[in-house]
Ligand binder design. Structure first.
Ligand SMILES: NC(=O)c1ccc[n+]([C@@H]2O[C@H](COP(=O)([O-])OP(=O)(O)OC[C@H]3O[C@@H](n4cnc5c(N)ncnc54)[C@H](O)[C@@H]3O)[C@@H](O)[C@H]2O)c1
Ligand SMILES: O=c1ccn([C@@H]2O[C@H](COP(=O)(O)OP(=O)(O)O[C@H]3O[C@H](CO)[C@@H](O)[C@H](O)[C@H]3O)[C@@H](O)[C@H]2O)c(=O)[nH]1
Length: 470
């Protein structure tokens, strides 16, 4: 975002009025006070971005360590571009963090709920206890009229239920609205996605709530970001449908990759050719180990669960296939590793390149790479993992695996090397220099990122998902 379009709150009253903003904003009352509940991947980014847009922001979380880190200017996870903006707005004084949720509720005009909605341990349903707890705390402790804005990803019908919950908790005389404004940011590109979103979806807003949110998002709106104003269920469903569509696209190309493999075709060339059709597009057609992370897997499962509850069985059956194809990719890669090692991985040394669920993050939630690495370890392989950013988070989740600090160290003395996360630095690694470090130069490219001709020319035995054998 350039400075000219930057800040609703720091624009002049005339500027606000000419941007079509509400009268009370143009009338010169102070900047909106924005409280953000949950300061994880979504909430920390949202809080920082709100400060960048010119508002006074208080980030509130129940995790003392996270709040301490953020208050000290340290983002507790790897997200490109977030640290400098955090430092900038701690310095401007616009951004603060607290574990005192009660005070945050009393302080804010707009309350963004950004807490987690993980999969339940015993079913595919989303665990809504954190969202319910945050909403209740906010409502109970309000001291003035307020707007609660849900950003967390929730099953359709949740917001309507929360409305009843907060209405029962809010103090008498306080006017309270609850709306939904789902978030579409991608990890690794979170700052840019938040400041320059593809679209802004506002669900269940009154005229007044819509005006307030148009004030909050005045910067992106002035840049031309489309705003979709709709009802609560549509807003909730837009979010999970977007993720379901992305997941379906990935599982589609992975299903086709099995046909490619059987027929001797190359799925990477096929995807490029498909992608030239603008109706299809090239994005999310990278065949490989499949999708993981804190969103796509749990969101398609929660949608399956909710669709079944609502009697929409065909939608649920479609997503079940998407999930099965995706999980099957992990089995395929495991089989390829076993085959590369001559039928058993017992006591074989395997170098794993990649631990994060995707590049440019240190997030290992439901990481396909770590899932495969751990399965190989359980089968008796000696597995050494290298990831440019996710080594520490991976070690915390899977302490029994060995971790290297460079590609060279991970590859040293191996019987096979697996490329499991699509980091650029693996694609550009020097195949000639790496080959002599191994016991036997064998590579399994599970992300379609390596150039088979280059690796084979450097002496490697090369196997790729959906790629022809040599
Ligand atoms: N991670 C993403 O890229 C992304 C993008 C869009 C939407 N989402 C959705 O956003 C939500 C949060 O995801 P995340 O990845 O940031 O999760 P996260 O686990 O990184 O962060 C959630 C945070 O909420 C805090 N929390 C829990 N209960 C709380 C409470 N009552 N009050 C205040 N804080 C509380 C936790 O301590 C944690 O720090 C989920 O619904 C997710 O599906 C995530
Ligand atoms: O062609 C592709 C593209 C992605 N992936 C994998 O798909 C997963 C998810 O990737 P991505 O969607 O980029 O990651 P997230 O940061 O989890 O973002 C998704 O989930 C967020 C949380 O809901 C949404 O906000 C985003 O819009 C949505 O893209 C990763 O494991 C990737 O390796 C593939 O296998 N092939």
């Amino acid at each position: 975002m350039n400075d000219a379009s930057l800040s609703a709150a720091t624009m002049s009253a005339e500027g606000l009025a000419s941007a079509g903003l509400p009268a009370e904003a143009a009338a010169g009352r102070g900047p909106l006070k924005i409280a953000v509940y949950g300061t994880g991947y979504l909430g920390a980014t949202h809080a920082v971005a709100m400060a960048e847009l010119g508002f006074e922001v208080l980030g509130a979380d129940v995790d003392q360590a996270k709040v301490d880190a953020l208050a000290a200017g340290k983002v507790p996870f790897f997200e490109p571009g977030l640290d400098p903006l955090l430092e900038k707005h701690l310095a401007t004084g616009r951004l603060r963090f607290t574990t005192d949720l009660t005070s945050a509720a009393a302080w804010g005009d707009v309350h963004f709920i950004c807490v987690g909605t993980p999969q339940m341990k015993t079913s595919h349903a989303a665990n809504l206890s954190y969202v319910e707890s945050a909403a209740t705390t906010i409502a109970k402790n309000l001291t003035k009229d307020a707007l609660i804005v849900g950003k967390s990803t929730v099953p359709v019908g949740t917001a309507a239920r929360l409305r009843e919950l907060v209405a029962a908790q809010a103090p008498a005389g306080v006017s309270l609205e609850l709306v939904w404004n789902p978030e579409f940011l991608r990890e690794g590109k979170a700052v840019d996605d938040t400041l320059h979103p593809d679209r802004i979806v506002l669900g269940g807003t009154s005229e007044r709530a819509e005006a307030t949110l148009r004030e909050v998002y005045a910067g992106p709106i002035a840049e031309g970001t489309p705003v979709v104003v709709t009802d609560l269920p549509t807003a909730e469903l837009v979010k999970v449908s977007a993720n379901a569509f992305l997941a379906t696209k990935i599982s589609f190309i992975n299903a086709i990759s099995t046909v490619c493999e059987a027929a001797g075709a190359d799925v990477t060339v096929l995807a490029d050719a498909l992608g030239h059709d603008v109706r299809i597009g090239r994005q999310f057609l990278n065949a490989g180990l499949g999708f993981g992370g804190g969103c796509l897997p749990k969101d398609i499962r929660a949608l399956m669960h909710r669709a079944n509850e609502l009697g929409a069985y065909r939608a649920s059956a479609l997503l079940q296939q998407v999930d099965e194809i995706n999980m099957g990719q992990r089995e395929r890669v495991l089989d390829m590793a076993v085959e590369a090692c001559g039928g058993s991985v017992l006591n074989r040394r395997i170098g794993v390149l990649g631990a994060a669920f995707k590049p440019d993050t240190d997030d290992v939630r439901d990481s396909p790479a770590l899932n495969v690495a751990a399965a190989l370890h359980l089968r008796g392989a000696q597995v050494t993992v290298f990831d440019p950013e996710a080594g520490d988070t991976a070690r915390r989740s899977f302490p029994t695996l060995s971790y290297a600090t460079s590609i060279e160290e991970a590859v040293e003395g191996t019987d096979a090397v697996l490329v499991l996360t699509e980091w650029d630095q693996f694609a550009t690694a020097d195949a000639d220099k790496l080959a002599p470090l191994t016991a036997t130069p064998r590579v399994v490219d599970a992300r379609g990122k390596l150039d088979p001709a280059r690796w084979r020319a450097a002496g490697w035995e090369f196997a790729g998902l959906g790629r022809p054998a040599a």
